[in-house]
Unconditional design. Structure first.
Lengths: 404, 728
């Protein structure tokens, strides 16, 4: 006997630039997490042991993000101390994995409700600050042909024939859509203004967007991974060992057509049907399916394709059955490859822009795009959507939502 | 007599002298370690001894380890070779650690006796690893001395603490060129690099004085608060270093050299634990490398057998034939190179060409080469002048009088060569050996121009002579032993590695290289992506892909060889490759020399990408072969020629087949050579694979009878043909 899992609510913070002068730079990882948990609590009237656990995605679990930030955030929030916390890391899909894990716990009968989400303060705890044996341990890095993600994204472009113009055009469209979405208040259901301890607002809108980005402004940017690929330390040669049919790597990605480094957090309330009835909450969507896969770690970021294939094989659904997709914009080539592989319609994908325009707070993004997908399905009054991300070290994750 | 002796002076300083009888350079073996251990025990336990100086009775300190020691550790352990190696290596670590700790109290570092190393000259391999365990290293100011850890060159890495000590002393970044490239330095540069501590006139005296100065002897890593220089792996700076190091080593070795990976792993893993644990980790990786068939094959070919061949393993038993005066006929690039290396070896050279201008140009080539050496500090001006004074550039055959060897390097034409031979023989003495430097013409045929065919021989140099290490000596049908000995003694004088083969088309090296190039061109014709062909070759350890190689050697040479071969072979000639070769020739794409070939070149001649026009003529197929298929075709086509050369008695010694292949044309060094490679994959698999390749790609892959026989008898090339090692 399995129980279905439903999303009852989803919130997210606006994303601040992940830099010293970013609006959220003054906010601690715990405090931002706490505000998301409190928002879920207040919006849904959660009292006492209202959920079984808080599952919190977070990639760089050191310093203030270390020490099981999930439990730390629960204790700092208004949630009851009887609720534990679990920090998890599946790189960029951590926030999504938190949601999927929570949903599957509910489906398996291990409790009726969970809060799932994540946080990443990339300006405060830099990417890579937690080290990584896959990159630094020669017995792993050399055997697995480790290259940084940007090189992987450029390998995708080389292998599948995406030009710099293709990537830039995609980025321009992401910016245009994000700006339009804000102009039309499409995120208002989910956005929680970040406030200080006095209730004063700190950030109410995504800070990273660059309105009016065009091909010309992007054309001025230098390829970001060319130097480390071709000169020091020469990752391209490592790539060519793995992909000997390529003559060289075409470096097309730069800061303007890759995801932004930002601070941000998101939370989702997941529960069974019975839970909603008991709490007087209305389910917004059923989590119809979830999946994760492992794929080639060197090219690294092709995961959305095999995880979608797995989804199709296991559910019988076709890409054309879906009304909307959220494919995380880690790099332009990742989404371009997804569209190419499934001949998917750009009008159904990332309709409100994505991480290229608004940023990619690693541990939170998976939960953010699930919320964005749900809001948009409701806004367009559509039924079926899928969110998916590429994941470092060659992984992929996906969540399928069906409105109820 | 003992390898190590110890004498303690009135001042209480023990001088431990390493002096292996009957060797020109000290080499470490089990006996040596045991004796050194005995000396150290005495130093540490005898209250009358204040400290020690470890030095050598020779003008060098030590040349390294007797690599047979490692083989014995393996063998003696029977069923558990890895355990035997690990235990044996740990024993060496304990000895060196005993020197390093020198009786100090573990926790307080109190007590202990200073032990210095005094190096009179060259100290490499274990010859540097022992000093690195000492508390201070003094080296004689001897610019000819070489100091370093070259183990990586033969497929292993410094495994007696050298890797760990150097990394912990200098940091991963600074230690890299010394460990990963095996860079050797003279004493001054070694000091500047931080490898040794002092360069002095009298290292023993200086070391003795230092021992008596009550110096601080504790190593930084044995003190509290030691920090790995440049940052340990998870220190922010160290992290970037280690991430970069893996990528660089992978990129530079194309991932085919396990020793470089193991070395880096030993440094990385070691940098996060206490020093003694780091040594244990180093020993585990070292064991891992010694158990790797690639390392054994590399040691065998690049160290043991190369040395054996250089020492005259195949030399006939005739008296010393050292060359005093050589006549070089033809002052083109080959002749000039031959003159250059001969003069450097102290041989008087007469360099002859038809025009004085040409002869002078040949001598100038040598002068330019020496001048470069002077400007780089590798050669003194005085030495350059002496070398040059040994070369007489002339048109006058009379100058050849008194020459005991002639090396003819004129135009590759039987008629031209015959005329030169006859004219030379009119001038030179009865005993003079006549050698022809040809890469394609049969020696037996050329010998007909001589009335003394037993004194006629082929000496095939590779271009450029001054760089290439291999020399192929070819016996014609009537070539006598003295001519062979002469050629071998000459090659030894010019410090190159010889192989001796019998006369047959393309001898040995070109016999293997030409099919390699052709196989690459065939694949282009088949629609294999040119990048895949080139990358596959490099990923299997070839220095140049076949298409780059043909660009370097030039398309017109290829056309010339193809035409000559066709003429010689008649109906048996396989014309397949002529189509692409002749087409490139007609397109005027002659390779590097015309700044256009399979690759594009810029105005300065720098190689750019593969020529895009190639795909227009030979479209790249949608379906591409597996990497391993391309690699096996490229390796097998060469290896099968090596087997056939052995079957046909062109190769007389398998060691020459392997050493020659690596030094001559860079055949995948990690494999130990083509025959070692076949042993590594096993005769049974090789038979199966060649059968498969024959079915799919043609008869040129047909399994040789010898290979079938080895497979049928569960035998191997080295199992059957390895010559008994002569006692030293």
């Amino acid at each position: 006997m399995t129980t279905d899992a439903y999303i009852y609510d989803a919130v997210r913070s606006p994303r601040g630039k992940g830099r010293k002068d970013g609006a959220l730079h003054e906010v601690t990882s715990a405090r931002l997490s706490i505000q998301m948990l409190n928002a879920i609590k207040e919006r849904n009237g959660l009292e006492g042991h209202a959920v079984e656990d808080v599952i919190w995605g977070n990639v760089t679990q050191v310093m203030e993000q270390g020490g099981c930030l999930a439990r730390t955030a629960v204790l700092g929030s208004d949630l009851d101390e009887s609720i534990p916390g679990l920090s998890i890391n599946r790189f960029c899909a951590s926030g999504m994995e938190a949601v999927n894990l929570a949903a599957n716990q509910v489906r398996g009968g291990a409790g009726h409700a969970y809060i799932a989400g994540g946080v990443e303060m990339m300006g405060r705890v830099p990417m890579g600050a937690d080290g990584a044996a896959i990159a630094a341990d020669p017995s792993l890095a050399m055997e697995q042909y480790f290259v940084p993600q940007g090189i992987g994204a450029d390998i995708i472009a080389t292998e599948y024939g995406f030009s710099r113009d293709d990537a830039d055009a995609f980025a321009v469209e992401s910016q245009r859509r994000a700006a339009q979405a804000w102009d039309e208040n499409r995120f208002e259901k989910s956005i929680v203004t970040v406030r200080d301890q006095n209730g004063l607002p700190i950030l109410a809108e995504d800070e990273y967007i660059r309105r009016g980005t065009d091909m010309q402004s992007l054309g001025a940017l230098k390829a970001a991974f060319k130097e480390q690929g071709e000169v020091m330390p020469g990752f391209d040669k490592v790539a060519l060992i793995k992909y000997p049919h390529l003559e060289k790597v075409n470096h097309i990605h730069h800061a303007g057509n890759s995801s932004g480094i930002v601070d941000g957090s998101a939370a989702v309330l997941i529960g069974s049907k019975e839970y909603g009835e008991r709490m007087g909450l209305k389910p917004r969507a059923r989590i119809k399916y979830s999946a994760k896969i492992g794929s080639d770690p060197t090219i690294n970021l092709t995961g959305p394709v095999p995880v979608t294939e797995k989804m199709m094989a296991e559910t019988g659904l076709k890409v054309s059955d879906f009304d909307l997709f959220e494919v995380n914009e880690a790099f332009s080539s990742v989404v371009l490859r997804f569209m190419q592989a499934f001949d998917a319609d750009h009008d159904k994908i990332n309709v409100n822009g994505g991480a290229i325009a608004m940023g990619h707070p690693l541990g939170a993004t998976g939960a953010i795009i699930i919320g964005t997908l749900l809001d948009e399905l409701e806004r367009q009054d559509k039924e079926l959507g899928m969110a998916t991300l590429c994941v470092a070290s060659g992984m992929g994750a996906a969540t399928v939502l069906e409105r109820v | 007599m003992a390898d190590f002796t110890m004498k303690t002076g009135d001042d209480g300083v023990a001088i431990i002298t390493w002096d292996v009888e009957s060797k020109s350079m000290n080499v470490a073996n089990e006996q040596a370690f045991m004796e050194l251990d005995g000396c150290i025990e005495e130093v540490l336990s005898n209250d009358a001894i204040k400290g020690a100086v470890i030095t050598s009775g020779k003008d060098s300190f030590a040349g390294g380890m007797d690599l047979n020691v490692l083989a014995r550790m393996k063998e003696d352990a029977g069923e558990e070779p890895a355990q035997g190696l690990f235990d044996g290596i740990m024993k060496i670590h304990h000895l060196l650690r005993k020197i390093e700790r020198a009786g100090m109290e573990a926790k307080t570092n109190k007590g202990g006796k200073p032990i210095a190393a005094a190096l009179p000259g060259t100290a490499v391999g274990i010859g540097l690893e022992i000093p690195l365990a000492c508390h201070r290293i003094f080296a004689s100011d001897n610019p000819k001395a070489k100091i370093g850890l070259p183990e990586i060159m033969v497929g292993i890495f410094p495994g007696a603490g050298g890797t760990t000590r150097l990394a912990w002393k200098l940091g991963a970044m600074a230690a890299s060129p010394l460990l990963l490239q095996g860079k050797l330095n003279d004493p001054k540069k070694a000091k500047a690099a931080g490898v040794i501590d002092e360069v002095v006139d009298d290292p023993v005296a200086a070391a003795r004085e230092w021992v008596l100065s009550e110096p601080k002897i504790v190593k930084p890593w044995d003190e509290k608060g030691y920090k790995f220089p440049g940052g340990a792996p998870y220190h922010p700076a160290g992290f970037m270093t280690f991430v970069g190091a893996s990528a660089m080593v992978n990129a530079n070795t194309n991932g085919v050299y396990p020793a470089a990976k193991a070395l880096l792993s030993a440094v990385y893993e070691g940098a996060m634990v206490p020093f003694d644990t780091a040594l244990k980790i180093e020993a585990r990786w070292f064991t891992n490398i010694l158990m790797n068939p690639s390392s054994s094959a590399m040691i065998r070919s690049l160290f043991l057998n190369k040395e054996a061949l250089e020492k005259g393993a195949v030399r006939p038993d005739v008296p010393d034939q050292k060359v005093k005066k050589v006549g070089v006929m033809g002052a083109g690039m080959m002749g000039a190179g031959i003159a250059l290396v001969s003069a450097m070896a102290g041989i008087e050279v007469v360099l002859i060409d038809q025009a004085q201008e040409s002869a002078d140009k040949g001598k100038q080539y040598a002068a330019d080469f020496y001048a470069k050496g002077v400007s780089r500090g590798k050669l003194s001006q005085e030495k350059m002048d002496t070398n040059l004074s040994r070369i007489t550039a002339t048109t006058d055959y009379e100058a050849l009088k008194g020459a005991d060897l002639i090396v003819e390097a004129v135009f590759e034409d039987v008629g031209v060569k015959a005329e030169v031979t006859k004219n030379v023989l009119k001038v030179v003495g009865e005993d003079c050996i006549f050698a022809t430097n040809t890469s394609t013409l049969p020696i037996t045929e050329l010998a007909k121009a001589s009335d003394k065919p037993d004194q006629f021989i082929g000496i095939h140099f590779f271009s450029p002579v001054e760089k290439m290490m291999l020399v192929e000596i070819i016996k014609g049908a009537e070539t006598g032993d003295r001519a062979v000995a002469k050629a071998l003694d000459y090659v030894r004088q010019i410090k190159k590695t010889p192989i001796v083969v019998n006369d047959a088309r393309f001898f040995y090296a070109n016999r293997c290289i030409i099919p390699y190039i052709n196989e690459g061109m065939r694949m282009v014709q088949e629609g294999v992506a040119p990048a895949l062909i080139e990358n596959a070759a490099k990923l299997v350890g070839m220095p140049l892909g076949p298409l780059q190689l043909v660009d370097e050697t030039s398309i017109d040479l290829g056309v010339k060889i193809a035409k000559a071969t066709k003429q010689a072979m008649g109906a048996d000639y396989d014309e397949t490759v002529d189509e692409i070769l002749f087409w490139m020739f007609e397109e005027g794409r002659l390779g590097r020399k015309s700044n256009s070939g399979f690759y594009e070149y810029d105005e300065k001649g720098k190689r750019q990408g593969l020529w895009e026009g190639l795909a227009a003529h030979y479209p790249v197929a949608d379906e591409q072969p597996d990497l391993i298929d391309v690699q096996h075709r490229l390796l097998m086509i060469q290896s099968l020629e090596a087997v056939r050369a052995l079957e046909e008695d062109v190769l007389m010694d398998i060691r020459e087949g392997d050493v020659g292949a690596i030094l001559g044309w860079g055949f995948a060094p990690w494999s130990g050579g083509p025959l070692s490679w076949l042993d590594m994959i096993g005769a049974a698999y090789a038979v199966e694979r060649t059968g498969d390749l024959t079915t799919r790609f043609g008869e040129r892959f047909e399994t040789p009878a010898l290979l079938k026989d080895l497979a049928a008898n569960n035998d191997s090339f080295y199992g059957r043909f390895q010559p008994a090692v002569a006692a030293e």
